[in-house]
Ligand binder design. Structure first.
Ligand code: ADP
Ligand code: MG
Length: 233
């Protein structure tokens, strides 16, 4: 398995005030799989993603990515791990406001060992005509496409998406999901997509449902609906 999570626990606060947010999460995701993590607000989805992504430090347990253990890494090794393996996409796009689309993507391209071709990526994501615009000149969907380009330019093996369509209308959400699906097929990128939308689970290989910090469902889909055919986004 590409990603193996074993008995992951995470609390916030200390002593009597400590709240356990992840109560022993165990799961795995195969290479090239798209996986949805679903659950109500506050169930621990972002915390799980952040522990897997090394943005947050777990208390105990194990997270292995491509057989490499993340737990216990010191912070400089964690940042190497993030740089070499991961792409992140969030609900809010976090673009640099005084850089153009192309420059926002370039910043990440410089950091990569073996980046994708900028022009190919701009074309795949439909950003060619917007490449010289600033974020404030773009719609929400266009900004998210730029954020996706920025995450993808280094061709990450694992893409972590936290509510990537959370701020978008239904039509734009579908466009973004179609793009993620295309990227998964073209580059074989393993993806974890956190969402509370109930329809997105139908387009992915694997579904994890988390409730109060515990996994309550974990299954592979037998039929997969293309993102373009999803209903009720
Ligand atoms: P979700 O993404 O499923 O909405 P989160 O993982 O963000 O849930 O949060 C799970 C729980 O952990 C919530 O009760 C939240 O208040 C708490 N929590 C998340 N981050 C922190 C933090 N940095 N400090 C304290 N509590 C936190
Ligand atoms: Mg969240």
């Amino acid at each position: 398995m590409y990603l193996e999570v074993n008995n992951l626990k995470k609390s916030y606060g200390s002593d009597a005030g400590a709240v356990q947010v992840l109560k022993g999460v165990t799961t795995s995701v195969g290479k090239g799989q798209m996986c949805v993590i679903q659950g109500t607000s506050g169930s621990g989805k972002s915390t799980l993603l952040n522990c897997i992504g090394g943005l947050d430090v777990m208390d105990s347990g194990s997270v292995k990515v491509d057989n490499k253990e993340i737990f216990g890494l010191k912070s400089s090794d964690l940042s190497d791990y993030r740089r070499d393996n991961l792409g992140f996409i969030f609900q809010f796009y976090n673009l640099i406001p005084n850089l153009t689309v192309r420059e926002n993507i370039q910043v990440c391209q410089y950091l990569a060992n073996d980046p994708l071709n900028m022009d190919d990526l701009l074309e795949i994501l439909g950003l060619e005509e917007h490449k010289n615009k600033f974020p404030s000149q773009l719609s929400g969907g266009q900004q998210q496409r730029c954020a996706i380009a920025r995450a993808l330019i280094k061709n990450p093996k694992l893409l972590l998406c936290d509510e990537p369509t959370g701020a978008l209308d239904s039509k734009t959400s579908k466009d973004i999901l179609v793009l993620l699906e295309k990227v998964n097929k073209k580059y074989g990128t393993t993806m974890l997509i956190v969402t509370h939308n109930n329809s997105i689970k139908n387009m992915v290989h694997k579904v994890i449902v988390i409730k109060d910090g515990m996994i309550v469902k974990d299954y592979n889909n037998t039929t997969i609906i293309p993102a373009a055919d999803l209903e009720e986004l």
